[in-house]
Design a binder for this molecule. Structure first.
Ligand code: PLP
Length: 407
């Protein structure tokens, strides 16, 4: 297999457009959501054109077709994350819903007064707030492991906060701000050794196909399809089936019950127990198409390409005077957050937008991390495998020129 960047780019219709002022689009906001290949767009369109019916309900041919496509998508998700036979995939709206499901269902049942939940300073709000709500409700305590000056997790601090009281450790595999990739194999090993469950927020690592998820043996793993070249509104919670089957329902309605009477209700096992109502069938099929697409790429070449882009971007930004990069850990995804002395991040983003460059600014749904970094917001350029060295250079040249004009 080879890595033909021009061919890859031609698979993504949104990358082919010109922006205001006739500028080519330079899409560096992939950590927010990625662009979609034609095969994903067509998979959803084909489903609605030929196979649309509700799943698990009717005995007609269309329903049989849509059910088997939906279940094939579930199998593909499990396989993509190299999950063993003891795992089950619950379709959710995304990583946020997967983490809320874990906290609201497993957490409410298992976390008691005096228990502890261990998070890190680099978590996204989706991996903070659901735990805060449960901690308040159950009288538990949240501990937060610190990061070091380079944005990597301080493992000594992490170990010092892990104890027999820790019920669950929930950690981002990769930070959406710093780009840091955490050693989840080691974190998972330590969590399990302490008797805690281990939850991985893979929202940012999955699009970069970072290995090590299966070896960390997570009890829960949250992912969003839309960051992995799939559709919005679909994601998954992968979890050990034995644990899922011991958890109470999170939402209730059609397709998740065994029987209902005025005397009470019994529930199906997982995954159906956690998929109340008509799910996002077309989304699951689009997610499957995205998995097929990335599986068709040469992963080693893709990693090499992304590493080269990250190296180039870091080196170019490091040469711009007054610019500070947040997060310089050894192991990073191709996401770089930065700030420029005396210039508001929103001004930078607006000026870049006028040149066709899309980046993100703000607190990136990580306000506690912003506090740790001592800033209110940053600029963030987040790259995907379809980005190019030429785009990195155009971005760096434009940024340098705009900063010089503003200073
Ligand atoms: N976790 C991390 C690290 C993220 O970056 C995000 C989104 O940016 C999420 C969770 C939530 O993902 P979603 O909004 O797709 O549910």
């Amino acid at each position: 297999m080879s890595f033909d960047i021009e061919k890859i780019r031609s698979d993504f219709p949104a990358l082919q457009q010109k922006m205001r002022g006739g500028h080519e689009l330079v899409y560096f906001d992939n950590a927010a959501t990625s662009q979609k290949p034609k095969s994903v767009i067509e998979a959803e369109c084909d489903f609605y054109s030929h196979d649309n019916a509700n799943i698990h309900r009717s005995a007609h041919e269309l329903s049989a077709r849509s059910t088997s496509m939906y279940e094939a998508a579930r199998d593909a998700v499990l396989k993509f994350f190299k999950a063993g036979p003891d795992y089950c995939a619950v379709f959710t709206r995304g990583a946020t819903e997967a983490l809320n499901l874990t906290a609201q269902s497993w957490g409410r049942k298992n976390i008691c007064s005096g228990d502890e939940i261990l998070l890190t300073q680099m978590e996204h709000h989706a991996n903070i707030v659901p735990w805060q709500i449960i901690a308040i409700e159950r009288g538990a305590k949240i501990n937060v492991a610190k990061i070091g000056p380079d944005g990597s997790l301080d493992m000594d601090d992490f170990k010092s906060k892990l104890s027999g009281k820790t019920k669950i450790v929930s950690v981002a595999h990769a930070s959406n701000v710093l780009g840091t990739v955490n050693d989840i194999a080691e974190i998972g090993r330590l969590a399990h050794e302490a008797g805690a469950l281990f939850c991985v927020d893979a929202a940012q690592s999955a699009p970069h196909m970072i290995d090590g998820i299966s070896s960390s043996q997570p009890d829960f793993l949250a992912v969003s399809a839309h960051k992995c070249y799939g559709p919005t509104g679909i994601g998954a919670l992968l979890a050990k089936k034995e644990i899922l089957d011991s958890m109470p329902p999170y939402q209730c309605g059609g397709d998740m019950i065994e029987s209902v009477s005025w005397n009470g209700t019994t529930f199906r096992q997982s995954p159906e127990r956690f998929e109340a109502g008509t799910p996002n069938i077309a989304g699951a099929i689009g997610f499957h198409a995205a998995i097929k697409y990335v599986n068709s790429l040469d992963k080693a070449a893709l990693h090499e390409h992304e590493s080269r882009l990250l190296e180039r971007l870091t080196s170019r930004l490091s040469q711009i005077s007054g610019l500070k990069i947040f997060g310089t850990a050894k192991d990073k995804i191709s996401t770089v957050s930065f700030a420029c002395e005396g210039i508001h991040p929103n001004d930078i983003s607006t000026l870049l937008d006028a040149q066709g460059i899309a980046i993100r600014t703000g607190h990136h749904c990580a306000e506690p991390l912003m506090d740790t970094l001592g800033v209110k917001s940053t600029c963030r350029a987040s790259l995907a495998f379809y980005n190019t060295t030429e785009e990195v250079d155009y971005f760096a040249d434009t940024l340098e020129r705009e900063i010089a004009l503003l200073s």
